[in-house]
Write a protein that binds this ligand. Structure first.
Ligand code: HPA
Ligand code: ZN
Length: 327
């Protein structure tokens, strides 16, 4: 298929991918064996067959359970290395990757183990495949602001290894304003800011408003509900907010509506990027396969993919020298 070849050849940046969501079933078995843990599945096929969900909470349950095999520095190293190796083969030149430290620290894994393992994997992948990358630390929004602040403080000694802060997990009743103080401090400490405003949630319009106007994010992850509100579209345009949209995830949250999300954003002049979210739990669809979905569902063609890819390099939290080199 010529369009698939075009997508494969396009130099890309990925800005919305959860590292824990890149943990493929094969690696999960390998880590479980290494860490002497039993998994309740006979084989990788049975494990993959268990990835059945219909909304964000049912997805998150499966996603969090999957992370429990990650215990040691080498596990986090192997996780990020495998993802970067995979997407380097898809001509991704640069990736900004989310990680959720609370998923690990709350299980007793020290913050240092997480960040040092991830950093080692990033550097080894750059050495071996030439791919550049950075980390974005996300707070798990259904946990308390105090819990988030505690992990924020754990991260401060490592802040040179983390480019930005994000907010993910269950959005319902957990508005951006709940974390206003942490994001204010984060900005002071030099972190760049983004937040999930997912497609299937109540109150998302107010959440998008808060993310843009109260928190002052540079990006919104997902964000499709903004399309319902002209005043939010205007605010996003005025502030130059970038959107990291994930076609497969949209399809899961709002079956059948996906077609219009990416297309309408692009046509409205919003700064759209296309990404994979949680590929290991989303039928193994990495960025190329998500872009192909945008072709199939929303009639994206080469010009659109070039625009999206340019947006992603513009949105990337890198210095201008690297931007010039990658663009
Ligand atoms: N939305 C919210 N939380 C998440 C996601 C997502 O797409 N992926 C992993 N955690
Ligand atoms: Zn996400």
């Amino acid at each position: 298929q010529p369009i698939a070849q075009f997508i494969a050849g396009l130099p890309k940046a990925e800005l919305h991918v959860h590292l824990e969501g890149t943990l493929e079933a094969e690696l999960k078995f390998e880590l479980a064996a290494r860490n002497k843990l039993d998994l309740p599945y006979a084989d990788v096929a049975a494990m993959r067959a268990s990835y059945v969900y219909h909304d964000l909470p049912s997805f998150l349950t499966i996603f969090y359970e999957g992370s429990e095999v990650l215990l040691h520095e080498a596990d986090f190293r192997d996780l990020v290395y495998a993802y970067l190796k995979k997407v380097a083969s898809q001509n991704v030149l640069y990736a900004e990757m989310f990680f959720d430290p609370q998923q690990h620290t709350d299980r007793g894994v020290p913050f240092a183990v997480v960040i040092e393992g991830l950093t080692q994997g990033r550097l080894e992948a750059e050495r071996d495949f030439g791919i550049r990358s950075k980390l974005i630390m996300c707070f798990v929004r259904e946990r308390s602001a105090q819990n988030a602040m505690a992990v924020f403080e754990m991260a401060l000694p490592y802040k040179h290894l983390i480019v930005g802060l994000g907010l993910d997990s269950d959005e319902k009743d957990n508005p951006p304003a709940k974390f206003a103080e942490i994001f204010r401090r984060g900005r002071e400490e030099g972190f760049r800011l983004t937040m999930h405003c997912d497609v299937d949630q109540l109150n998302t319009h107010e959440h998008i408003r808060q993310a843009i106007e109260v928190i002052g994010v540079e990006r919104i992850d997902h964000g499709a509900n903004l399309l319902d509100r002209p005043e939010l579209i205007a605010a996003a345009r005025e502030k130059g907010v970038f959107f990291t949209v994930c076609p497969f995830a949209n399809e899961m949250m709002r079956p059948g509506e996906n077609q219009s999300i990416a297309r309408r954003m692009l046509d409205l002049g919003l700064r759209l990027t296309l990404n994979s979210d949680d590929p290991a739990y989303m039928e193994g669809k990495y960025i190329n396969e998500n872009m192909l979905m945008a072709h199939e569902l929303a009639d994206f063609g080469p010009e659109d993919f070039i625009a999206v890819s340019r947006n992603a390099f513009d949105a990337a939290w890198i210095d201008e020298d690297l931007r010039d080199e990658l663009h």
